[in-house]
Design a protein around this ligand. Structure first.
Ligand SMILES: Nc1nc2c(c(=O)[nH]1)N[C@H]1C(S)=C(S)[C@@H](COP(=O)(O)OP(=O)(O)OC[C@H]3O[C@@H](n4cnc5c(=O)[nH]c(N)nc54)[C@H](O)[C@@H]3O)O[C@H]1N2
Ligand SMILES: Nc1nc2c(c(=O)[nH]1)N[C@H]1C(S)=C(S)[C@@H](COP(=O)(O)OP(=O)(O)OC[C@H]3O[C@@H](n4cnc5c(=O)[nH]c(N)nc54)[C@H](O)[C@@H]3O)O[C@H]1N2
Ligand code: SF4
Ligand SMILES: [Mo]
Length: 750
């Protein structure tokens, strides 16, 4: 809870930073009278971040203070100007238009896109359900298909839970292989690790090794023991050759999990032909390097990890799957120092969960017939779903974009921008008038980070150390601002014809309790009614969190006098609750399937596509584009903050001196980059940190479009949009994830 210093008006409040996955602990000095943030520091007492913070910690303050941040709903007038309107009018407008479309053209004539900050806001996550139920549409798109979806698909088919991610035990590992991730900058993804630099350096300090495998010698590579360049999109070939060496040299040792794993023979057979020699031309990795790496990895406790560079590529699902396969073959899954499973306080990886069947192909996109996969359609196909010329009468006419900026972050943003203008009605749930929301008929902003409570709901399942953390609201919002959860709940209630959002909210909590307490549950002695009466809050996401943590593995089981965790204790814990190191031995009990399926048929079916591409991949004359993340960015949306936007242009294209010379390009000069779908101009930087034949450009820039209110971004870091080059038709087939890494491009001096 907030602790105040009695002699001054200044109060120190502790909370976690919600901007990236790391969820660092912060100490924030605030003045409640002027409602201003005076200072933000890393909290040395936080058990996970131990005082660490990055420049983006100030984003919380600057977003809160940003004069261009929206606080009131905005309605677009016929002449394109905007008028501020009251919430009731906005709700009425949004829901009547969406319902009209639904009645005239069916539920599927509406659709939605869910963006990244959702994962950082517990209310937004928990209340998507009433919104989605209210819409009742199959047209569901999200940032997942530009992100981790291949991992979801691999896990769903292998262990039965798409969200039970194995996380590297970097606290104890002696050998960390990092493919397609740059934790020094991202602070770890599906490996939430504040101060990744310190943690990775500690591996080296205890005599271990860190090996990075990436087409760029990244910031992480700079501190690693070794770096291997790999050609973009070739990781599945390389990982199959790793499996080949494991079998060939008798290094396969699945250990404890062998008894519960099916498919060991099958992977041996698959890997037979993938010798390190046969894939060398495609990967660029010398056979002896592969063999030695495999031997060294097997000699100690290692963790083999892959992240976004392995997901958003042409063979993303195979590459992500093979990372898990390598860990299983070497006995490193669910073992100390290997890849482990966090145990969240909200109980989402406890034994006895039913396995949700993996489904796909129940419906398809209108033009290209791409199948839905586990309820998702590829986000880059939003445009073809909206265009009359592509989808005809079946087109999407009503659209909600929430907490996302797909014009910059999804593939072929230029095509999407044009398609958005064909819609009958578009609602943007966003705090800025930006590249995407400028197309809306109505924008509804929400409170921002400092103005609402939070709970690290997603990242307690991806953290390298178990923890449970609640964060307080620091300031009451001005005027009549609404929290994101309440906006969802209210739109959902109105669309469903419910009497009020409060009733919908109560029903959700009661429904949840009905399954959580009572006979045959971990809380047999409490009834749902009794539990409901005990809840601390009248409404909102913390009621659901309270239910989950009280019933969860560390919970008090709705017994106030018991030792266990409850919301009251959590709210009193300035640094959250440290739940200790990750522990081994969670499989098979904690997974929904009885046995691990090492070679799911669904994934194996994609091997023929991989095989067929080997020759093309082995060509030496390809020039391809990959992405890169930077410390002061968070995808597309922190560029309007002066503290983060300052400094030289960061939207630069990195290329190797050999390529620069061949193409007559110099550092500091602008170059035209062309792909099948688009063309942009960017400043170049020539550096041998790139692999020859590969160029690197960050995403999330391109703040030069008319009609936006982002004056800082526009003047300080406009950049150009790398996703105008991303071809929306090229997919990782089994997951429907887009290929943002390994895009064929041509360069010419501008
Ligand atoms: N080329 C390329 N493209 C990529 C990637 C890549 O590596 N390369 N990465 C992909 C990945 S991993 C991701 S996650 C996506 C991210 O892409 P998106 O999901 O589209 O998210 P952002 O671009 O971060 O945009 C976030 C939006 O949310 C708004 N916002 C922030 N906070 C709030 C809030 O509290 N309430 C409301 N209502 N709105 C808020 C911001 O103003 C902004 O418009 O980008 C993907 N795109
Ligand atoms: N500062 C900062 N932190 C962030 C974000 C941010 O925008 N800024 N975004 C957050 C989000 S939404 C996410 S999803 C995470 C992502 O977290 P990370 O996965 O760590 O993200 P990147 O830094 O993009 O690292 C991807 C790496 O893959 C490499 N790569 C590209 N193609 C290939 C390939 O074919 N094979 C291999 N082996 N490597 C390849 C790239 O060169 C790059 O170094 O970061 C999160 N943290
Ligand atoms: S690393 Fe991430 S969580 Fe930590 S201060 Fe920076 S943005 Fe916030
Ligand atoms: Mo992401």
């Amino acid at each position: 809870m907030a602790t105040s210093t009695p002699s001054s008006a200044i109060e120190t409040v502790f909370r976690s930073c919600p901007t990236c996955e790391a969820s660092c602990g912060l100490r924030v000095d605030i003045d409640r009278v002027t409602r201003s943030v005076i200072r933000i520091e890393g909290d040395a007492r936080d058990p996970r971040s131990q005082g660490y913070l990055c420049p983006k910690a100030y984003a919380m303050k600057e977003i809160y203070e940003d004069p261009e941040r929206l606080k009131t709903p905005l309605r677009k007038n016929a002449d394109g100007s905007w008028t501020e309107i009251e919430w009731d009018e906005a709700m009425e407008l949004a829901t009547s238009r969406l319902l009209e479309i639904k009645e005239k053209h069916g539920a599927n004539a509406n659709g939605y896109y869910i963006g990244n900050p959702t994962g950082h806001n517990v209310g937004a996550q928990l209340y998507l359900l009433p919104l989605m139920n209210g819409l009742g549409t199959e047209r569901s798109f999200s940032a997942a298909t530009m992100d981790q979806f291949p991992q979801n698909v691999a896990l769903h088919t292998m262990i039965g839970d798409p969200w039970m991610f194995p996380i590297p035990d970097i606290q104890r590992t002696e050998f960390f292989v990092c493919m397609g991730g740059n934790p020094l900058v991202s602070q770890g993804s599906l490996m939430s690790a504040p101060n990744a630099k310190k943690r990775l350096t500690a591996i080296l300090d205890r005599g271990g090794r860190v090996v990075t495998i990436d087409p760029r010698r990244t910031e992480t590579a700079e501190i690693a023991s070794e770096h291997l360049f790999i050609k973009p999109g070739s990781d599945a070939y390389f990982l199959l050759s790793v499996c080949h060496v494991l079998f060939d040299e008798g290094l396969v040792a699945p250990g404890r999990l062998a008894d519960v794993t099916d498919g060991l023979d099958r992977i041996e057979e698959i890997a037979t032909t993938y010798t390190p020699e046969s894939v060398e031309a495609a990967t660029g990795i010398a056979p002896e390097t592969t063999r030695q790496l495999v031997r060294d990895f097997c000699a100690v406790r290692g963790a083999w990890y892959g992240r976004i560079g392995l997901c958003t590529q042409e063979f993303g699902t195979l590459a992500s799957w093979l990372v898990y396969v390598v860990n299983i073959l070497t006995g490193r899954l669910d073992a100390e120092g290997g890849m482990m499973f966090p145990r969240s306080a909200t109980g989402r990886s406890e034994a006895g969960r039913p396995a949700e069947a993996f489904q796909f192909g129940r419906y398809r996109t209108a033009l290209t017939g791409i199948p839905e996969i586990a309820g998702q359609l590829p986000c880059g196909l939003l445009a073809e779903e909206m265009e009359e010329s592509s989808a005809g009468d079946k087109r999407m006419r009503g659209f909600i974009s929430t907490m996302g900026n797909p014009v910059l972050s999804a593939p072929n943003g230029e095509r999407l921008a044009a398609a958005l203008d064909e819609l009958d009605f578009m609602l943007s749930l966003d705090i800025y008038l930006n590249e995407t929301s400028r197309h809306a008929d109505l924008i509804m902003p929400s409170t921002v980070q400092l103005e609402h409570e939070n709970y690290d709901f997603l990242f307690e399942t991806t953290s390298v150390q178990n923890f449970s953390r609640w964060s307080p609201r620091l300031f009451e919002p001005d005027d009549d601002q609404r929290d994101q959860w309440r906006i969802y709940c209210e739109i959902g209630a109105r669309l469903a014809g419910a009497p009020s959002w409060e009733i919908v909210d109560d029903l959700m909590v009661k429904g949840m309790l009905g399954m959580m307490v009572g006979p045959d549950t971990p809380c047999p002695d409490v009834t749902a009614e009794e539990a409901f009466e005990q809840l601390q809050d009248d409404h909102g996401p913390m009621r659901m969190i309270e239910c989950m943590i009280r019933v969860g593995p560390y919970g008090d089981k709705f017994d106030d006098r018991a030792e266990g965790l409850n919301l009251r204790k959590l709210r009193a814990a300035d640094q959250g609750i440290d739940l200790g190191e990750l522990s081994a031995g969670r499989l098979p009990d904690a997974m929904p399937l009885d046995r691990i399926e090492l070679c799911p048929d669904y994934l194996i079916a994609d091997l023929s596509r991989l095989e067929a591409a080997l020759e093309e991949r082995s060509r030496a004359d390809r020039l391809v584009l990959v992405g890169r993340r930077q410390m002061r960015n968070m995808n597309s949306w922190l560029h309007n903050l002066p503290a983060l936007a300052k400094g030289p242009n960061r939207c630069t294209l990195l290329l190797h001196p050999v390529d620069a010379e061949r193409l007559g390009i110099e550092s500091g000069k602008f170059v035209r980059v062309r792909s099948r779908v688009g063309e942009i101009e960017v400043e170049c930087s020539v550096t041998d940190e790139m692999m020859p034949g590969v160029v690197s450009l960050p995403h999330g820039y391109g703040h030069r479009l008319s009609g936006v209110r982002l004056s800082v971004a526009e003047s300080k870091q406009p950049g150009a949009c790398s996703n105008y080059l991303t071809d929306e038709t090229v997919l990782d087939v089994p997951s429907g994830t887009h290929v943002a890494n390994g895009i064929p491009v041509e360069l010419t001096a501008a």
